[in-house]
Design a protein around this ligand. Sequence first.
Ligand code: PMT
Length: 411
Amino acid sequence: MALVALGVCGGIGAYKAVEVARGLQQRGHDVAAVLTANATRFVGPLTFEAITRRPVIGDQFAPGVNAQIEHIALATDLDLLLVAPATANIVGKLANGIADDFLSALYLATTAPVLVAPAMNSNMLAHAAVAANLDRLAARGVRFVEPGAGYLACGWVGKGRLAEPADIVAAADGLLGAGRRLAGRRVLVTAGPTVEDLDPVRYLGNRSSGRMGYAIAAEALARGAEVVLVTGPTALEPPAGAEVVRVRGAEEMRSAVMARVAGDGDGLDLVAMVAAVADYTPAGGAREAKLLRDRDELVLTLRRTPDILGALGRWRAGRPRPVLVGFAAEVGDPVARAREKLRRKQVDLVVANDVSRPGAGFGSDTNIATLISEAEAEEVPLGSKRELARVLLDRIEPRLGEADTGAGEAK
Ligand code: PMT
């Protein structure tokens, strides 16, 4: 499951973009429709909203757009930007870096592959200005679905008709497929906090929102992996296509993870423990009755929770897989402690984040991290959690290959 931003421009072919959206969905992709102002003259946003089951993005400056699905957030999350139909106008804007609406700004803001399906009058298509713009885009790596020849809406006969929706969908799917480097891989990600109940009313928790773990699950899915997401309580919508196992406390998370590992351990290729697992839980478990407010001081006795990642490291010793990734939430320079965790927990990689830095750690959409392995420490500067997920999976992919050949069997 990948996220495709479908840019629709103001041409008669705009109605065919509805079929493109449906075709992409039938292939299992999530579609976010981005309509230019002129596109809405040809086809209504409601049609796309009903089909994609997502709000349609139109005006860049509409209230709400910048808070929720602003172009930067979509730009980092999407796996493909597809523009169909692409008019001479949008081709010109993209080629020349003009960002005067949501779609043209999205093009500049994303690093995802871009696929353009031009559609226009045949003389416009043949014009030197348009041809130069198309060449410029091609030189930048933009891919095209060639327009078809035949009877055009303007009454002319020639080249310029929007390619058939099925061909556009196949081209998009092909591009997405090229990025499906984790196809056939099985990945388990833990995310969010665990909460330790004190009584029927209160609990001990932490500030994890689940964003980091969900971003890794989404990226693994986009790369074609089968993903099990073991998640503590969060307010987030899990990425479509993941098998979601909802848990509450650390013990429940341990059972869910170990059941998967014991049942399917050799089949799992990667376990990423991103969850902020509680380190302590009330000794003796949650009280049945609500604690009364009948004293000035209350002393709680806590006991250590099981170290899930440590147990995974011990279990994995002598086996090539799964590749094990831990996170280290630290305050202050995280590297030394992360290195210690790497060794103690016998894992392949620890992602260290200093959660006291602005833009890093809990709750935010961004993070700053150092990827610590036995041999290296790689800084990943401030960027979206999805970007960090991309870098992380890029580094893990070669290790999966080593695990296949047994070359990674070091522990
Ligand atoms: O969810 P977000 O709001 O996006 O925030 C992201 C994050 C800050 C939670 C994330 O980036 C992060 O750092 N996750 C790990 C938090 C944590 O528990 O760190 P730790 O240093 O206490 O634990 C080290 C590792 O051991 C972690 O992989 C943890 O999942 C694991 N652990 C910890 C305790 C325990 N009992 N069992 C474990 O397996």
